[in-house]
Design a protein around this ligand. Structure first.
Ligand code: GLU
Length: 428
């Protein structure tokens, strides 16, 4: 990585170091938690549609499993790096601990761009990924899930390969599967809805009526789409979303002062997730440059795309009206931007809490697979709401009691739980 380039793992380690100082963790515990317990790098040869073979690079990092099997998604991304996967695996450990589910943290990735791969080639990558690591992942070892640019179909191909290798059914191996094939109702909505539940709780604390609040969201993927829907159901208007346009290779912000209509936008979104700019204009939606989501005059800002989006360079563009930031993405705010927001008194719901709805529902999916009994959607969503709300309250109570920024309170609770599990097991 070139000097000065953003390195998410360095960011994750420095966030951890700060909390380790506060918690006065001993040297052994620090060294253990600063790094993944295990990581795997492998090659995935795939026969392409034109008969040639292409070799993709795959990763899996198992950051910590003191509280339970590792858990976390697999990303398909052309710019995937081992340090991004390491950071994301560490954040999964803190995320599972924040919502107090009996799972550790892991993350996987493949350097590839599904935009340029046929369904058959994507299936080859999924099966190849599992073949390389089948012995080191499984329901009681490490449980993958969808993440950036992976979906329920990918999960099912991976499950099928794992079951073929092991010669047994094992639906608890992977979560985010299609409903009817071991998936949980509500899993698709879970991350976005979870963002909505904690935003609702934060608005109560800030004394802002949800039907008076305006929100701006970066992204228009799974998290963003369902965050818009749940916020709308509370009466909150979302004035813009942004997305990457595959055709133009650029991103745009889609804005409407009286609130975007998510279903209308979805009807003009292609299977790559790009919104048609001309059709959007015809609907009366303003099409602005991709970075305009950040300087909207709103109360709530939700970065729900990728890491490293709110930085020292653009943080000053955030309007003074913004009172609340909910991190739908993993690691969207750099430490430099974070200290500016902290000083400004912005209420921040950190990623490991705000977007924990996905993994919480994945945990419910595992429970349902293990008992072979599937719950109705209402039951899944009400359990999700209860879990997210109680995690939010625990973090907020500590932040009030000790006068801490929400991110610090969240990390103190989650890191302390993991450190304690390592100590109780006699590891350190
Ligand atoms: N990829 C999601 C995350 O970052 C979900 C992980 C899971 O369900 O295991 O939280």
């Amino acid at each position: 990585m070139s000097a000065g380039a953003f390195n998410p793992f360095q960011m994750a380690q420095s966030q951890f170091d700060r909390i380790a100082d506060v918690l006065k963790l001993d040297a052994g515990t620090r060294e253990l938690l600063r790094w993944p317990l295990r990581e795997y790098h492998f090659l995935i040869p795939v026969r392409m549609d034109d008969g040639s073979h292409k070799v993709f690079r795959g990763f899996r990092c198992q950051h910590n499993d003191a509280r339970g099997p590792c858990k976390g998604g697999i990303r398909f991304h052309p710019h995937e790096t081992i340090d991004t996967v390491r950071a994301l695996a560490m954040w999964m450990t803190w995320k599972c601990s924040t919502v107090d589910i009996p799972l550790g943290g892991g993350k996987g990735g493949v350097i590839c761009d599904p935009h340029h791969l046929s369904a058959f080639e994507q299936q080859g990558i999924c099966r190849g990924w599992v073949r390389q690591i089948a012995r080191n992942v499984g329901p009681v070892q490490d449980v993958p899930a969808p993440d950036v640019m992976t979906n329920p179909q990918h999960m099912l191909w991976m499950l099928d390969e794992w079951e073929a290798i092991h010669g047994e059914k094992g639906p608890g191996f992977i979560t985010g599967k299609p409903v009817g094939m071991g998936g949980s109702l509500g899993r698709t909505e879970a991350t976005g809805y979870g963002v909505g539940y904690v935003v609702r709780e934060a608005l109560k604390i800030l004394g802002i009526a949800p039907d008076k609040a305006l929100a701006a969201i970066q992204g228009f993927g799974n998290v963003s789409q369902y965050a818009v829907k749940i916020l709308n159901s509370f009466g909150t208007k979302v004035v813009c979303v942004s997305c990457w346009n595959q055709k133009d290779q650029t991103s745009y912000t889609f804005a409407k002062k009286d609130g975007i209509d998510v279903d209308a936008l979805l009807s003009i979104t292609d299977h790559f997730g790009s919104i048609d700019t001309e059709k959007a204009k015809a609907m009366g939606v303003q099409v602005l440059p991709g970075d305009k989501w950040i300087d909207q005059e709103v109360d709530i800002l939700i970065p729900a795309a990728l890491e490293n989006q709110v930085t020292g360079e653009n943080v000053q563009r955030i309007s003074k009206r913004v009172k609340l930031i909910a991190e739908g993405a993993n690691g969207p705010t750099t430490p430099e931007a974070d200290s500016v927001l902290h000083e400004r008194g912005v209420f921040c719901i950190p990623d490991v809490l705000a977007n924990a709805g996905g993994v919480t529902c994945s945990y419910f999916e595992q429970v349902q697979c293990n008992t072979n009994y599937f719950w109705p959607k209402d039951e899944v969503l009400s359990k999700l709401d209860a879990k997210m709300t109680s995690a939010f309250k625990a973090v907020h109570d500590l932040s009030k009691k000790k006068n801490l920024y929400m991110r610090d309170a969240c990390y103190q609770i989650s890191v302390d739980r993991v450190a304690r599990a390592c100590r109780d097991r006699g590891w350190v």
